[in-house]
Design a protein around this ligand. Structure first.
Ligand SMILES: [Zn+2]
Length: 82
């Protein structure tokens, strides 16, 4: 298994979950990736951590105007303003 294959498994494991990166790395016994920039860049190209719901969301669900939040959370925020 190439490193990239393992990275992808970790990213897939995290995507759509509310687990932390720390936890996922522990599950895969890959704690050393914590400070591994190429991995973190790859991770950042695919998912982001929503500041409101705490879920690891696919990048396509990232709100265009509010990069810290997913579309779902932004929709809810709009609902509450009405
Ligand atoms: Zn969210």
């Amino acid at each position: 298994m190439t490193p990239e294959t393992k990275w992808q498994e970790i990213i897939d494991f995290l995507t759509g979950s509310s687990g932390s990166l720390d936890n996922a790395l522990a599950v895969f016994g890959a704690e050393d990736l914590q400070d591994h920039d190429p991995f973190l860049v790859t991770l950042g190209e695919q998912i982001f951590l929503c500041d409101t719901c705490g879920w690891q969301c696919p990048l396509e669900e990232q709100n265009m105007s509010d990069e810290l939040h997913c579309n779902d959370c932004c929709d809810h925020a709009l609902d509450e303003e009405e």
